[in-house]
Design a protein around this ligand. Structure first.
Ligand SMILES: [Zn+2]
Length: 287
């Protein structure tokens, strides 16, 4: 029995080994199949995830694109609004600026007798020679600066005539006629187109010279005006040898700093400039 049992032993071992090999192989193929299934599953999930990511990226790109487009549209719109409001602002400014203030007055074009400046202010007494004088309210700060700076430079300047209404102009003219006869036509601007009716024109003098203006062209006050008045927007309307009126060294008109500066630079006079060119300065008159 023992011998028989011993004789079977290798067979049993062999069977057991075979069995374990079979089982092992079976187990191996089973787990391999399971692994393959799991791998396939993960691969599918990976593909899905990659797709989802790609879709999300595309959506993001689309969104970013839309956002950019929207921003550009907004910017564009804002620019348009700015352009429009800029134009409206300019038109509004222009519509509120009295175009008469930069007109040339001649025998052809003259101020209406009913014209008067929007608003005038009384000129500080210390700067006035004789009776009280008035000046265009918006141009007054420029005249005030001029008077103060001249004073600082030790130069005497007095205002002898500022704003003159059509009525006073007519009375003055009659006075001149009585005194000077027909010569008054060249001596004083005809009523109705005197620049003094605008309110932006000044006759300067000194205490010594007074209202006769005699010799004003020889004073240091006049020299100071020639050198500096343009900085405050003032020009000499009727320089020596002009084609319009007698030389009036005391008579200065406010035309705005830009135009006065350019005229001074180019050594031109206001009346020699084309009206269309003058008109381009209107919007900057009080700048
Ligand atoms: Zn004058």
């Amino acid at each position: 029995m023992k011998a028989a049992a011993t004789g079977y032993f290798p067979i049993v071992i062999g069977v057991l080994i075979l069995l374990s090999l079979v089982l092992g192989y079976w187990g191996y193929t089973a787990s391999e199949a399971r692994l393959a299934a799991v791998s396939a599953d993960y691969e599918i999930r990976l593909v899905e995830a990659t797709d989802a990511l790609a879709r999300a990226e595309n959506e993001n790109r689309d969104l970013a694109g839309s956002l950019q487009a929207e921003r550009e549209r907004n910017d564009n719109f804002e620019n348009q609004i700015n352009d429009i409001s800029g134009t409206v602002g300019k038109l509004d400014k222009l519509s509120r600026t009295d175009a008469e203030l930069l007109q040339k007055y001649s025998k052809i074009y003259f101020l209406n007798e009913n014209y008067s400046p929007v608003s005038v202010v009384e000129i500080d007494e210390e700067y006035v020679y004789g009776e009280e004088e008035y000046f265009h309210e918006e141009a007054w700060p420029f005249l005030k600066d001029l008077l103060e700076d001249a004073e600082e430079d030790g130069v005497e300047l007095k205002v002898v005539s500022g704003f003159r209404s059509f009525g006073t102009q007519a009375a003055l003219k009659a006075n001149y006629r009585v005194t000077y006869g027909s010569g008054a036509n060249t001596f004083s601007a005809d009523q109705g187109y005197s620049e003094h009716q605008l309110g932006t024109t000044i006759d300067f003098t000194t205490e010594a010279i007074g209202s006769t203006f005699s010799g004003f062209e020889n004073t240091e006050s006049y020299q100071w005006l020639l050198n500096n008045a343009h900085r405050y927007g003032f020009v000499l309307s009727y320089p020596d040898n002009n084609a319009y009126y007698q030389y009036e060294p005391w008579h200065w008109r406010f035309v705005g700093v830009d135009l006065a500066r350019d005229l001074h630079r180019d050594e031109k006079s206001f009346y020699d400039l084309d009206q269309r060119e003058i008109d381009t300065y209107l919007i900057k008159l009080f700048d």
